[in-house]
Design a protein around this ligand. Sequence first.
Ligand SMILES: Nc1ncnc2c1ncn2[C@@H]1O[C@H](COP(=O)(O)OP(=O)(O)OP(=O)(O)O)[C@@H](O)[C@H]1O
Ligand SMILES: [Mg+2]
Length: 325
Amino acid sequence: MAQKKVIGLLVGRENTFPGPFLEMVNQKGAADGITAELAVLGGTEELDAPYHSVLVDRISHEVPYYRAHLKSAVLMGTTVINDPFWWEADEKFFECTLARKLGVAVPKTVVLPNKQYIPEIDHRSSLRNLQFPLDWDHIVSYTGLPAVLKPNTGGGWKDVFIVQSMEELITAYDQTGLKTMILQEFIDWDDYVRCICVGRENILPIRYNPRAPFEQRYQTSQPVEGRLRDQAIKDARTLVDALGYDMDTVEFAVKDGVLYAIDFLNPAPDFDNFSIQEDNFRWVLEKMSDLVLSYARGEASPPWRNEHRWWNYVAKPPAPNPVQA
Ligand SMILES: Nc1ncnc2c1ncn2[C@@H]1O[C@H](COP(=O)(O)OP(=O)(O)OP(=O)(O)O)[C@@H](O)[C@H]1O
Ligand SMILES: [Mg+2]
């Protein structure tokens, strides 16, 4: 009899994914003695023997104790989806630089110093390395206007401003407080695609309308086909492979045939069946269950072993910019 292996799931308030996912893993894994359950954590010791062979993390960005547990669990031999070290380090601006290196089109982007700091920090003593005031004309001459001012990390469309003029930009920036923001060329898109990415190779492009209400954004009645589909799959795969995300969504705004990657820092992507729709939900369940089982059986190789991870591109020059090619 094979040794019992447990796959754990950490979740937030989502309700439609956890039950069917655990059920499918339990069904498919039964013959190998692999079971799946909601993880229960309540204080972790440094050398706790790893109870879970795989942990799927959908919520550690909101619960710091989970993140601390997951990092230690990695060191103790658990495979964690997604890598907690990398998720914590990742930022949208870094990803834009990476996309340039990899030859994936991204809007022109500038990362900005914070508007504010904690009270103990003042300009004269602690911020001597900062150019002040900022040269907004120079910054905007790169991104153009309109532009998008949005947080360097985060999600849920919080603090995303589309600004039409310098005045609107300064007004928006003045509201950003302690957040680090990026300013990005606005892509006036004529089409939009969101790819659900599982296991760094399974890519599902879905037409997406960010202008629709939240639960109607996935437009399943208009499948993504032809060259658009091929390019979305190729670019999304390039990005998740280099980032090492086993769960992610990669979004593209399409303008004049160019796919601009807009947001690909979504390591706990929306898997709810009412937003991604039933067929896509089935696809996610199949791919996610196969992935965790292949890790539990020792068949899949974790992302940190991947030769396409971003650090292998440090010395390489940026690939040609697809916008000009
Ligand atoms: N450069 C851009 N050009 C055009 N539209 C943009 C751009 N950046 C962001 N947007 C719009 O703003 C929305 C939110 O931006 P973004 O996805 O970066 O933020 P988020 O908070 O991570 O969102 P989510 O929760 O959907 O992941 C995008 O779906 C897109 O519609
Ligand atoms: Mg996002």
